[in-house]
Design a protein around this ligand. Sequence first.
Ligand SMILES: [Zn+2]
Length: 387
Amino acid sequence: MSNLKGEVRAEIDGLASKLIEISRWIYDHPELKFEEHQASRWLADALREGGFEVEPGVAGMETAILASHPAVSPGPIVAVLGEYDALPGLGHACGHNLIAGAALGTCLGLAQLKARLPGRLVFLGTPAEEGGGGKVKMVEAGLFDDVDAAMMFHPSFRTRVCQGSLAITELELEFQGKAAHASGSPEMGINALDAVIQTFNGINALRQHIKDGARIHGVITDGGSQPNIVPEHAAALFYVRAPEDEYRDELIQKLRRCAEGAALATGATLSWRKVGHEYKAMRPNRRLAQAFQANLESLGEPVGKPTDRLGSTDMGDVSQVVPAIHPYIAICEGEVALHSREFAKASGSPRGFEVMIKAAQAMAMTAVDIFTDEGLFQEIEQEFQAG
Ligand SMILES: [Zn+2]
C-alpha cells in the first residue's frame, strides 16, 4: 500500500508544472459564481486527456463538471471536489484556483495507478461556492447518492484538518413606511429607516444572550434617498450563522422578532424572505480526517488543532449526505484573512502552488487508503451512520 502512495506522490510531482499552469490560468482569469466558463473548460479538457469521462453542465449548472474514471473492479466511490469561482473586485482572494488545481492533481495522479486500485474515482467541479451554493444543487440532483467519501482542500493561513463550518442563512428585510417632508410635516411620515436601525439595535441587545460561535451580521441596502424626505422604504441584508442548523434556525426566529418589534414601534410594515444561499453546518468525518492528517504530516506539513473561527461553506451540505472532509492548509505566514487582497496575493504565490501540490498528494494518498484499507473504509462508514 505504501508503495502505491509513493507512486502516486511521484506521479503528482511529475504533473506539477501542468497543474500550476492550469491553476495560474484560473488565477489570472478570475470568474464570478456561475460564470466560471473558462475554468470549467480547462479542467474538463485536462480530465478528458487524463482518461476521465467528462459530463459538463450537471445539476442544471453550465459550469459544473462530473468526471468519472472507469472502475476496473468494484469498490468504494471516492469524490474529489474542485471549486473555481472568484470574488467580485478581489479576484482569487479565497484561493479557489488552488482548490481546483489540487483536485485535478489528485485525480490525474490517481488515474495513472487506477488499473491496480478497486473502486471508482470521481471529480466534481463545483461552481459558485461564494454565495451560489453549487454543491447544494449537486446534492439535490443526486450526484452524491452513490458516493462513499468526499474530500477537498481549502487554502488558509493555518493548517487544520478536522474542521467544521457554520450553518448559514441569508435574509432580506424590507420595511415600508410613508414619505413626508422631514421638517415641514414629519408627524405625517413613517420612517422605514428607523425600523431598520431599531432592528440592528434589537440584534445588538440580543448578542449578549446568544451561544458562542454564532454570528449575526448585516448591512443596510436601502436607507432612504435624502434627508428632507422621511424614508418610505428601507432594507437590510443579514447573514445568520451558527455551529448547528437547528440553532441557526432558532436565531432566525429571534432576528425576526427584533424586526417585528421594530415594525410595531415605528408603524412600518415588515416583509422578509430568505434570499441567496443557505448552507448546512459542516460535519467532518473524524476517521477520514485522521487518515488525511497522517498523510499530510508524512509530507512534512505540521497540523494545528481545529479552531472555532469558522466560516460557512456548501461543503457542509455534502458532509450531511456522505462522509466528507474540508481540511485547510496554510499558504502564507502570519494571520492573513481570507477574502482579503493579501490572501489573493498568496493564492498566486510559489508557496500557494507548492501547497496545492502537497494537498493533491495528501488527498490522493487518502484515496489510496480508502480504496485499499477495507477496515478504514468501514470505520468511516460506521462513524457517518452513527451521526
Ligand atoms: Zn473559499
